[in-house]
Design a protein around this ligand. Sequence first.
Ligand code: AN7
Length: 394
Amino acid sequence: MDYALRCIECDREFENDELYTCPSCNGLLEVKIRLDSVEVDFKFDGINLRVWKYSNLLPVKSKPISLNEGGTPLFKTTLGDRCKVYVKHEGMNPSGSFKDRGMTIGVTKAIELGKKAVACASTGNTSASMAMYAAKAGLKAYVLLPAGKVALGKVAQALMHGAKVIGIKSNFDVALEFVRKISEEENFYLLNSVNPFRLEGQKTIAFEIVDELGYVPDRVILPVGNAGNISAIFKGFKELKELGLIDSIPKMTGVQAEGASPIYKAFKERKLDIIPEQSPETVATAIRIGNPVNAKKALNAIYKSNGLSVSVSDNEIIEAQKFLASKEGIGVEPASAASIAGLRKLLEMGEIGSDETVVCITTGHLLKDPETVISVCGEPIEVEADLEKIKEVL
Ligand code: AN7
């Protein structure tokens, strides 16, 4: 396959895979695949859905470092009143989040480039996933976290998979600035979503949706933090359209938490860029991000697809998390529930047509954040080991 890294700002192209941003204007890079060089040999038949099914559209040459990522369930739900709502549960990936789709490509690329170590800043899921794939690949893994602001399950994963985990007394955005500098100085391969190859893995969410549904939904709703995933999924649909495999692109709909909503604010004013927020705050710690690196790509995805952005309160997020878990049997972490909270809000606002088919992406698993569950559901009731006493509380 023929591809180059293209700057989304100045349009220059580079053949060097080891870049994260444009050497000439510092703009974001994306992988431009020369689609006329691609032979699409996979069938959209809804079977064997996995990230590497679509390898002809994935810009890596070496043997995949894979843990069977992708192929996540697409559940039909009753969430939509009159319109059809599906939930694609990315929490069912091997490390429990959508990040695995990006990491299988990112870590394979790290091996291809001869790197010995990988690094990221993270609100949690990126670090869990990176640590897991680095372990599989035999690479060292370094993680910078906002101390005390990462859900317990995610820290546990990063530690157990053998990453060196450092908590800094600041937020994600500051951690990312540090890790970018450190990676450059120490020759670590940076695996945050500023890395254009990671997004290539995540675009397979779009491929799987079309593959499994057999058609293109009208809208895709997902939570937005660092804004990589919305950009990646849009790119996936765009490539399918350019290849002539589909003829429309869903309205990309990004949901942010009220306390961390620079993209929503930019969208509201129809701006092309964000104003960074210094002290982002939300119960959905995964998306507690004030300065999303992929903001320009994400806003482009929203505008070009005729989509929109909405913000939801912490209360709406928790209510949506409980609703999804107790009514549909789908257990997700708070950030993921933002997509359901966004759906409910947009239905109320009358923004979603009754004839629409909507796919909500739930990005991470319920078990990632047990502490929030206990704080909103309470501890289990404790009673004596006595039949009558147990019956009393039933
Ligand atoms: C569950 O782990 O940024 O908009 O460092 O864990 O692509 O950033 C996590 C992000 C949504 C937002 N849902 O995705 C990290 C990190 C969950 C997440 C997002 C994240 P992007």
